[in-house]
Design a protein around this ligand. Structure first.
Ligand SMILES: *[C@@H]1O[C@H](CO)[C@@H](O)[C@H](O)[C@H]1NC(C)=O
Ligand SMILES: *[C@@H]1O[C@H](CO)[C@@H](O)[C@H](O)[C@H]1NC(C)=O
Ligand SMILES: *[C@@H]1O[C@H](CO)[C@@H](O)[C@H](O)[C@H]1NC(C)=O
Length: 585
């Protein structure tokens, strides 16, 4: 390459010396990093020097450190590489990279300027200053948002420096390059919505390529940490729980534990539980809900007979801002326990039963109920023994009629206490009883009776007319009107005169008065009947025969009808009638 040098005069030399800073006489170019000993060119020949005298004239390079990489062979004038040449070390940022060499030969003194251009080779890769780049990006960041990435450096020359960037293929991010002057600045662009719950972290690799052939590259690990947004609501593992619970369970018994999960992070994923606000206030009294664990416990007295099913709405809410919620439903069916004894309800048709009622007469209607269900409801009814009644099931469930089984006799038993017992079939069985009092009402079925019949009465003659001489009393087992007696004197029997004209009777108490004074000498005895009649309807009567014997008194002066014998016996001289033997009981 270099132009052939001409031997020049001193003055030219002076001119050359003056120009040495400006231009070289010859210019070579070699690539950097060539091997030590590589020939750059034959300087002597190119400068037109006599090769044979070079050694003698001490032909050499005199430039300072700049020329340290090169050496000239004084025997043949060849310029060669003495030390490996690194273009980037020699002229960082300067292009083209020209090394100026000053060569001298003595006798006569000659100075020559030779330029060696160090040509760039692609011996450097792009590099990033950072070891790693970390972004923290919220998952709610919109698509299209840009984030500036670090730029890579490559000290190689224009062609061999950083020319392109690439991002590893991934669905969430792509790369955009902005050219600002000569610089290419890479940007990370969100191209798909981030979802922390799917990918909490993205590991990307940014690669910078230079323009060499083949190109060299350098990489940077780019990590995107996705920050949580409250974009998930809690979800229950089960939306409907249907469970059973025995009534009368102890307070504090655990009923169920509902569980909701929220994949969000931190407070956004912390779940609390509450009862739905639309619930019956009673539910708050019956159940408690642990807001942290979701456990529902019994708080009140569970009574199947009051409420047999509870429907609870449970909200799960996270602690995000704003929070998100979700619901589930818990249906608690209460299971009956045999905790209620049967109840007996007696509908009496009448409190009294007539004693002449026929067997089969319905006395009462009895309904038996039990608040419990199932076998706990099922009730069996029984009656006390030894009563003339029986229970007959009715067409209706749990209805019985109390029916007369035998004939009644009020005069034997005037009232009954009937014990009705109802027993359910629960375990253990519960029973209850009720006593039904039934009075037997009277019927006029008894005749008035006198304690003696006939009655014999001894009445001294000469009684005072109008005085009470005797009293009769009858008895009637019946009651009240049916036993209310009135007395009457009946007409005498046979040919005898009607004694009712001689006697009167108090119809209420049976006191008999004589209306005349009897005379033994005229009438020694007579009989009559007294009847006692009750107030029944129809009335019944009983009779008694009263036999009256008049007793003689000494009311007559002796009358001599014929001479008396010594021993005094005479006709009609008997002073007393023969006394009939008196009946005794
Ligand atoms: C870059 O990431 C890869 C893969 O995770 C890893 O092997 C390498 O060590 C990382 N480089 C640096 C500089 O951290
Ligand atoms: C009482 O006498 C009346 C009439 O004489 C008679 O009808 C009735 O049967 C008698 N009663 C009794 C119990 O003898
Ligand atoms: C009474 O006297 C008469 C006549 O003298 C006599 O027949 C009778 O036996 C006597 N009676 C008595 C009881 O003594």
């Amino acid at each position: 390459m270099g132009a052939a040098g001409q031997r020049r005069g001193l003055c030219l030399c002076v001119i050359l010396v003056c120009l040495e800073q400006v231009a070289a006489q010859i210019k070579y170019s070699i690539a950097e990093e060539v091997k030590v000993g590589t020939v750059v060119g034959n300087v002597a020949r190119d400068l037109g020097l006599d090769v044979g005298s070079l050694a003698e004239r001490r032909f050499r390079i005199v430039s300072g450190s700049e020329g340290a990489q090169f050496e000239v062979n004084a025997n043949n004038g060849v310029l060669f590489v003495r030390k490996s040449v690194d273009r980037e070390e020699l002229c960082e940022g300067v292009s083209p990279c020209l090394v100026r060499l000053k060569l001298v030969a003595e006798n006569p003194m000659e100075i020559h300027h030779v330029g060696v251009e160090i040509l760039d080779i692609n011996d450097n890769s792009p590099t990033f200053q950072e070891v790693e780049k970390i972004f923290e990006i919220s998952e709610s960041t919109p698509i299209g948002k840009h984030f500036q990435l670090p730029i890579a450096h490559d000290p190689d020359g224009v062609v061999n420096t950083v020319r392109a960037y690439k991002l590893n293929t991934n669905e969430y991010f792509n790369l955009q390059i902005r050219e600002i002057g000569d610089d290419k600045i890479p940007f990370l662009v969100i191209q798909k919505s981030l979802d922390r719950e799917k990918h909490a972290e993205h590991r990307l690799v940014l690669t910078a390529f230079d323009g060499g052939n083949p190109p060299r590259s350098g990489s940077l690990n780019v990590t995107v940490i996705v920050l949580d947004a409250n974009d998930n609501h809690p979800t229950f593992k089960q939306e409907l729980h249907s469970i059973t619970l025995s009534e009368n369970v102890k307070l504090g018994t655990s009923v169920i534990k509902v569980e909701a999960t929220d994949p969000d992070e931190g407070l956004n994923g912390e779940v609390e539980y509450y009862f739905g606000g639309e619930l019956d206030s009673e539910i708050y009294e019956m159940f408690s809900l642990d807001k942290n664990t979701g456990e529902i416990r019994v708080k009140g007295q569970i009574d199947f007979e009051k409420v047999d099913v509870y429907k609870l709405d449970v909200h799960a809410t996270d602690k995000g801002h704003p929070p998100t919620t979700t619901d589930c439903r818990v249906i608690i069916k209460i299971v009956d326990e045999n905790d209620n004894q049967p109840e007996i309800d007696v509908t009496s048709l009448s409190k009294t039963v007539a004693e002449d009622s026929k067997p089969g007469t319905v006395v009462s209607l009895i309904s038996v109920t039990d608040k419990d269900v199932g076998l706990n409801g099922k009730v069996i009814c029984s009656l006390s023994q030894n009563v003339p009644f029986e229970l007959k099931p009715s067409f209706q469930d749990n209805m019985y009629s109390l029916v007369l089984k035998d004939r009644l006799d009020r005069e034997l038993v005037s009232d009954y206490d009937i014990t009705i017992t109802a027993t359910d079939c629960g375990q253990p069985p519960l029973s209850t009883f009720q006593i039904l009092h039934v009075d037997v009402s009277d019927v006029n079925d008894n005749i008035p009776t006198f304690s003696h019949d006939p009655i014999q009465l001894y009445l001294p003659e000469n009684n005072v007319p109008g005085n009470s001489i005797f009293s009769v009393t009858a008895f009637d087992k019946d009651l009240n009107e049916n036993a209310a007696l009135t007395y009457h004197i009946k007409r005498g029997q046979g040919s005898q005169v009607d004694m009712s004209t001689f006697l009167s009777i108090n119809p209420e108490n049976g006191d008999i008065s004589a209306l005349k004074s009897f005379d033994f000498e005229t009438l020694k005895s007579f009989q009559f009947q007294v009847s006692a009649t009750d107030g029944g309807s129809p009335p019944l009567s009983g009779n008694v025969t009263v036999k009256v014997f008049i007793l003689d008194q000494n009311d007559n002066a002796p009358v001599i009808l014929y001479p008396l014998s010594s021993n005094g016996s005479a006709r009609g001289a008997r002073r007393f009638p023969a006394m009939p033997k008196r009946e005794t009981r």
